[in-house]
Structure formats: structure tokens, C-alpha cells
Design a binder for this molecule. Structure first.
Ligand SMILES: [Zn+2]
Length: 291
């Protein structure tokens, strides 16, 4: 099934954002959200999301129930105008292509989600349009973030997993981004991240670090995982920083497939872990297999 998110970018080429849903259309399925390319220069994230979608589409009949009992929603290029610009003009472009005044400064879409957008806490550059982390004039001011909010909050899809892919740090992080205080599901999120890290490690021996985003990265406000967990109440919300610590944003093409394969294995491990958790605590999540 092919989706086009309703709000379109109005800058530059105004390119559509295309979503893909893969599902066996079973009524009891929960939802999995997977996006890439929120930051334009992080090209490997789009490759990984596309690879996972391709693997599911080709093999859905042969995959285990913890995969087939979910509806999978893919948004491989969340920020298409920025992505295009990073291919044509500035390889290191991060933000979208929002015009502010007479210039295209762009907004950091991963600072534009409406959870703890105010106060800024430690994110002291959020109001400077020329800064890499400019957060926009208000929460969800950008068509890219507003469309995601509308789809997740108002579609009625029971999302239980939210995965957003970035590069580069080789890290699996979870809320919160704005504070080091543990969130209510800290232990579950840590266990899920560890299951995913184990799945990744088993493929090529690549070790991904796990933890609260602020603890293992840096403080940030208005991020998509703080919003998906804190506002949309998606219990397993993760931000994954892909390869590579060595090459940063310029991952050699020889590493792309290895990265995709190990992350696919990690995502499958997370899906399995989430189902095990559901069976341990049927009051938390609906699961037809538990009833
Ligand atoms: Zn990023």
C-alpha cells in the first residue's frame, strides 16, 4: 500500500514524502513506525529503512509471527527537500529547506516536535535560524513534522514501536533527550535496546551502545522520540544512530549492505522482545495471542 502524507513541503521542489505500509491486514495487529532521513545528510538511514521494507515485502510469508502480527509503516525520506539539497548542493546539509525571512535557513526537524519544546533547557541555540539546531517558530511549524503528528495521533493505528534512524554514532537511544532522569519505562526500553544491540552484534560483530539519549549523546529538546513516547504514548520509542564512528556521515558504499543487514536483524530482535513483554504483561498491551 502506498501512502502520501497530506502536508507537502512548499520550499524548493516541494517533493512528496512517500510512505509504505506492509501488512497481512490482520485485525489484531499493532503498528511499527520506521523513518529515515529526518536529517538530510544522514543518507545511510534512508538505505536502512528501504532495506528493511524490501526484506519484509519479499519474505513476509516466511517470517515469524512476531513480524507478521504487526503493521509496518515506513517513511524512508522524511525530509525530501533537504535530502535532495544534500545531493545537489551541500552534502553536509542537515535541516529541511524552510525559508525564514529572505533566506532558506531551514529548521532542524528533530527539534520541532511538540514535547518539552519550552523551556529550551540546555539547548541554547534553538532560536537562532542560522544554527544547525534551529527549532522553528513553534512546535510542529514544519509540514514534515505536522504530518507525522496527524498520522500518528489521529489515524487510530495502535503503534507500539517507533524507530527513527540517524547517523552516525552506533548508538541505540531512548527517551528522554531533554533530561537524564529515567522515564517510567526505562528498564523496558533498556532491555529492548539491549535485545536490538545483541541482534546487530550477531551479524557482523558491530557493537552498538545503548542508553538514555541525553546520557549517551547530548541534551536536546523537541525530538521525535520524546514526543512519540511522551505525547503519542508509543512505549518502545528509539532513536538509532547508525554507522559510522570512523567515517561519520560519509559511510563508504562497501559498508552499506552490512549496515542494513545487521540493523534488520536488530529490528527483528526488538519486535520479538516486544511480543515477549506483551505476554508477560497482558494488561499493558493488547495481544491476541495472550487472550
Ligand atoms: Zn540525525
Amino acid at each position: 500500500m502506498r501512502y502520501i502524507l497530506p502536508s507537502l513541503c512548499h520550499q524548493d521542489r516541494g517533493q512528496d514524502r512517500l510512505m509504505l505500509k506492509i501488512s497481512n491486514s490482520s485485525a489484531g495487529n499493532t503498528g511499527v513506525w520506521i523513518d529515515g532521513g529526518i536529517h538530510a545528510r544522514e543518507w545511510i538511514s534512508t538505505s536502512v529503512v528501504t532495506y528493511i521494507a524490501d526484506q519484509l515485502a519479499k519474505n513476509i510469508e516466511n517470517l515469524p509471527e512476531y513480524i507478521t502480527n504487526k503493521d509496518w509503516y515506513f517513511l524512508p525520506v522524511l525530509n525530501p527537500d533537504g535530502y535532495f539539497y544534500s545531493h545537489t548542493s551541500d552534502r553536509m546539509w542537515r535541516k529541511n529547506r524552510a525559508r525564514i525571512g529572505n533566506a532558506v535557513f531551514g529548521v532542524d526537524l528533530n527539534r520541532n516536535f511538540g514535547f518539552r519544546w519550552l523551556p529550551r533547557d540546555n539547548d541554547c541555540h534553538g532560536d537562532d535560524p542560522s544554527h544547525l539546531n534551529y527549532r522553528g517558530v513553534e512546535p510542529f511549524s514544519e509540514p514534515e513534522t505536522a504530518a507525522i503528528k496527524d498520522l500518528i495521533l489521529y489515524s487510530g493505528i495502535p503503534f507500539k514501536i517507533f524507530l527513527t534512524f540517524h547517523a552516525y554514532s552506533e548508538v541505540i537511544s531512548f527517551p528522554w533527550c531533554f533530561t537524564s532522569e529515567p522515564c517510567a519505562d526505562y528498564v523496558n526500553l533498556l532491555e529492548g535496546a539491549t535485545a536490538m544491540a545483541k541482534g546487530i552484534y550477531d551479524v557482523n560483530g558491530r557493537m552498538y551502545k545503548v542508553g538514555n539519549f541525553k546520557d549517551i549523546m547530548y541534551p536536546a529538546t523537541g525530538t521525535s522520540i520524546d514526543w512519540s513516547y511522551g505525547s503519542a504514548r508509543i512505549p518502545f520509542s528509539y532513536l538509532v544512530e547508525l554507522r559510522s564512528k570512523q567515517y561519520k556521515f560519509l559511510l563508504p558504499k562497501e559498508e552499506i549492505l552490512d549496515c542494513c543487514k545487521e540493523i534488520f536483524c536488530g529490528v527483528k530482535a526488538l519486535a520479538q522482545f516486544v511480543d515477549k513483554k506483551k505476554c508477560l504483561n497482558c494488561t499493558m498491551f493488547y495481544n491476541k495471542n495472550c487472550l
